[in-house]
Design a protein around this ligand. Structure first.
Ligand code: ATP
Length: 312
């Protein structure tokens, strides 16, 4: 399983975003988005409908041009991506971008011609494992099968950065579980497992993965990091283990801390990180009285807890 332990180095980023702003027809969608995703991280991008997740992902891969700010993929500006960076990227948009008249098998064979590192055999294996009907044209595939094919195509050139925009939204629960296991929970990512390629020199392949999904229980099993968006801003970007250990959701009726000390708040609750509260103890005497109770407050149970607190 690829976990936070496979995050290679905090100093090496697969993706950085600096003060990104994006508007549709003067309507601001992304507002001062900053992100630095370490290489090897598996990041869950989470947020309510319409908060800007797809827009952000499209800015990251250079499909949208931000009005302000910069995106870098492996230190190259996204808008100046050359073929060598493009080959390191696998992107699956929310609606699959496929040729309706081509079969599954033809897609796998044809798309490969554009990539020097294309693993056709592995792509065929994954397609079979996901029970894709190889001889059927895309126009006759279900929405879920189209999603699966788009992911197979995005992974087959062994990209170093995989960006998936709601890749499992049309899959039934059993297929979804198999699919997530194929991608994340094997000993190594699926594409390095092929028996006939056991001697492949690239056995440490651990791509950086950014995946947006509303299926939070699926995400929390596989992510090393979480990025929560609200109203076009990144509200929280953190290692998932650190969130589980240090984040508390507190009732305002019991604790009423200054908003500046919170990650976010709603009418009834505050989301806090006890590490930053501890750093502020010297400046805020009322905190001193509360800090032990705050530390003793229950940890969060899952991504649902934060999602609900951020969006209620
Ligand atoms: N082409 C467009 N023109 C104008 N507005 C758009 C366009 N595409 C998206 N928007 C608006 O931008 C906002 C963000 O949309 P986006 O698709 O990025 O949200 P999202 O977080 O991915 O939502 P969801 O979870 O529903 O997929 C929404 O208010 C949406 O209506």
């Amino acid at each position: 399983m690829q976990t936070k332990t496979s995050v290679q180095s905090k100093n090496k980023y697969a993706v950085t975003c600096d003060h990104l702003h994006f508007s549709y027809n003067f309507k601001p969608i992304l507002q001062d988005v900053n992100l630095a995703i370490p290489q090897g991280a598996v990041v869950g991008l989470i947020g309510a409908n319409g908060c800007g997740k797809s827009t952000l992902l499209r800015c990251l891969v250079g499909l949208h041009i931000p009005q302000q700010g910069q995106v870098h993929l492996f230190d190259t500006p996204a808008l100046e991506m050359n073929d060598s960076v493009r080959e390191r990227l696998g992107f699956v948009a929310q609606s699959a971008d496929l040729f309706p008249w081509l079969t599954v098998e033809k897609h796998i064979k044809m798309i490969g011609q554009a990539y020097p590192k294309w693993r056709e055999r592995r792509a065929l294996e994954l397609a079979l494992r996901l029970r894709l009907p190889m001889g059927r044209e895309v126009s006759q595939l279900s929405g879920g099968d189209q999603q699966k094919l788009a992911v197979v195509l995005a992974l087959a050139h062994q990209p170093d950065l995989i960006i998936l925009d709601e890749p499992v939204s049309s899959l039934d629960p059993i297929t979804r579980r198999d699919f997530m296991r194929s991608l994340f929970q094997d000993e190594r990512p699926f594409f390095t497992e092929s028996v006939d390629e056991k001697n492949d020199s690239n056995t440490d392949y651990a791509p950086t993965i950014l995946i947006s999904s509303h299926l939070l229980s699926d995400l929390e099993r596989v992510v090393s990091h979480v990025a929560f968006m609200r109203d076009g801003r990144i509200q929280l970007f953190e290692e998932w283990d650190a969130v589980l250990e240090f984040v508390r959701i507190l009732p305002k009726s019991q604790f009423n801390l200054p908003t500046a000390l919170c990650i976010a708040d709603n009418k009834e609750q505050m989301i806090v990180d006890i590490r930053s509260l501890k750093n502020n103890l010297a400046k805020n005497t009322s905190l001193v009285r509360h800090i032990e109770d705050i530390i003793a407050a229950p940890c969060i149970n899952g991504l649902d807890d934060i999602f609900i607190a951020l969006n209620s």
